[in-house]
Ligand binder design. Sequence first.
Ligand code: ADE
Length: 269
Amino acid sequence: PTPCCSLRPKALLCSVSRFAYSVGIGLCSGLDAAMQTEAMPLVHKFKLVEAPAHESTFPKGAPWVRYHGNYKGLHIDLVLPGKDAVLGVDSVGTVSAALLTSFSIQTLKPDLIINAGTAGGFKAKGASIGDVFLASDVSFHDRRIPIPVFDMYGIGARKTSAVPNILKELNLKIGKLSTGDSLDMSPQDEKVILSNDATVKDMEGAAVAYVADMFSTPAIFVKAVTDIVDGEKPTSEEFLQNLIAVTAALDLAVTKVVDFISGKRISDL
Ligand code: ADE
């Protein structure tokens, strides 16, 4: 677990990892219309500006996008993994999330990371469409290494930074998050997700947590449910159907979290 330090949070890193299949092209030059639509409410709310490529701290070739600014005494960097250079779709999944998190921690030096995104939810564990969860724990469900100790390494279970006052004050749900690189769920994934006791499943959280822990940076995980994994509807269909409405709920929740954080020490969260 990453212990919360008692620094006043000056620098916040919001990494937004939700994705939209509906978006078209956009290669490396920035956000295309749909992704921009999703990120814009937060960019406007916090009055952030995009860091232009020529003064970007990101390495040449990385499709990552950063907005930054000051909001209620906090310095906020909002980073997005950007588009795949060849296919033009959002760079979803653990590889881009880990790379972006690592580079962002080292160059932007956030006091706290907020990883916000969409997730599939399990109704058997109390999740409904539009619910916003804070993850108490994260783990992986698609890293099967059946050799003693490597099995535990594969699962990579860790507690997230405890934020009891955010939970109490903002009325968010709490649950365990399981991460894998697939939107769908194979029978093997399902077994591991059950054993991970997860309420929500995403494609980035545990990777962000791994890197945040490595560099002793507190991180919280705000995940909004777009689809019910143990329901009747096909995941991709339900995900696309609910993406826009649920993204609005996610943005609202992130805004409330940031408003709550403003003026507080990390140990007060
Ligand atoms: N993001 C939204 N829905 C998801 C799902 N079912 N699995 C993984 N990531 C998701």
